[in-house]
Design a protein around this ligand. Structure first.
Ligand code: SAH
Length: 252
C-alpha cells in the first residue's frame, strides 16, 4: 500500500492527525525534499527508509514503491501542502494502477491556506471577490494558452500565484493587461507557517521590486486583489435581519 500524504505548508504540527499516524507507521518514506519540512521526518520509525524525491526521477520513485510493495512494506509519499496542487501525483498513481499497487490520498493544508493565515486574510470577501483563481506564471513549465495570466486577470478576482516568485516582472505585465491596476494591493508570502515566514505587502506595480529588495525568489506565494484592502460588505450569514435554515432573522 502507498499513502500519498499532504505534509502541510511547513509548520510540522500542520500535518493532519491521519497523515502523522501513517508517517509514524511507514516502512518507506519518499518526501519532496525541496519543500517538505525535514522536522516531520523525526516522526518516522527508527528503521524507516527515507528517500528525497528532489534527487529522483518519476521512474526511480516508482521503483522504490514497487520494491517496497514486493516486500509487503508500506510506503508513504510525502508531498508539500496538499498533493492535489502541483504535486505531480497523477502520473505516479497511473503507474501504480498499471502495477496493480493500491494507494490512497490523505489531504493536507495547502500553502495557499497557510498564506491566508499568515496575513490573517479572507480571500472571499462579500462585495469584493467570491472566487479564488489559483494559477501560476508560465515559465519552464508551460501553461495552456486559454489560462494565460493576462486572460485570468480579466476577472479581477482574488488570485493566488504558485511557482511564480522568480518571474515577477512578467507577472506584473500580465496582471496589468487584465482588471488589476498598478495600485491593486498584493502580498508576497515567503515560507508561510515556517519560522522564517515573511510577508511583503506591496501593489501589483511593485511586486518585482519588493521581492528583489527582500531577496525573495522562491518558496513564496503571490496574493493579488482587493481582498487585501479594508472595505467589504458584511456577510449575510451573520446579519441579524437575514433568515437562514438555522436562525430566524429579525425585522429591522
Ligand atoms: N502542493 C503544494 C504546492 C506545491 S508547488 C501546496 O498545496 O501548497 C510549490 C510552490 O508552492 C512553491 O513554489 C511556492 O509557490 C508554494 N509554496 C509551497 N509551500 C509554501 C509556503 N510555505 N509558503 C509560501 N509558498 C509556498
Amino acid at each position: 500500500m502507498v499513502h500519498f500524504v499532504g505534509a502541510g505548508p511547513g509548520a510540522p504540527d500542520l500535518i493532519t492527525v491521519r497523515g502523522a499516524e501513517y508517517l509514524k507507521q511507514a516502512d518507506v518514506v519518499i518526501y519532496a525534499g525541496s519543500l517538505v519540512n525535514p522536522v516531520l521526518l523525526g516522526m518516522c520509525r527508527e528503521n524507516c527508509k527515507i528517500y528525497n524525491s528532489a534527487e529522483m526521477t518519476l521512474e526511480q520513485v516508482i521503483e522504490v514503491m514497487k520494491n517496497a510493495e514486493a516486500e509487503g512494506k508500506t510506503t508513504l509519499r510525502l508531498h508539500t501542502g496538499d498533493p492535489c496542487l502541483y504535486g505531480a501525483i497523477r502520473e505516479q498513481m497511473d503507474l501504480l494502477d498499471e502495477l496493480g499497487i493500491a494507494y490512497d490520498d490523505i489531504p493536507g493544508v495547502s500553502s495557499f491556506c497557510g498564506a491566508a493565515a499568515a496575513i490573517r486574510g479572507e480571500y472571499t470577501l462579500p462585495g469584493v471577490s467570491q472566487s479564488v483563481i489559483i494559477t501560476r506564471m508560465a515559465g519552464r513549465t508551460p501553461v495552456p494558452e486559454g489560462e494565460r495570466l493576462s486572460k485570468l486577470a480579466e476577472h479581477g478576482a482574488t488570485m493566488v500565484l504558485f511557482l511564480s516568485a522568480g518571474l515577477l516582472e512578467e507577472v506584473e505585465q500580465e496582471l496589468l493587461q487584465g482588471a488589476y491596476t498598478k495600485e491593486t494591493p498584493a502580498a508576497i508570502v515567503y515560507k508561510a507557517t515556517w519560522p522564517e515566514e515573511k510577508v511583503l505587502y506591496c501593489t501589483v506595480g511593485t511586486l518585482a521590486k519588493s521581492a528583489a529588495e527582500a531577496g525573495v525568489r522562491k518558496t513564496a506565494l503571490i496574493l493579488v486583489g482587493d481582498f487585501l484592502q479594508s472595505s467589504y460588505e458584511r456577510s449575510k450569514l451573520y446579519d441579524p435581519t437575514f433568515t437562514t435554515e438555522f436562525r430566524e432573522g429579525t425585522s429591522r
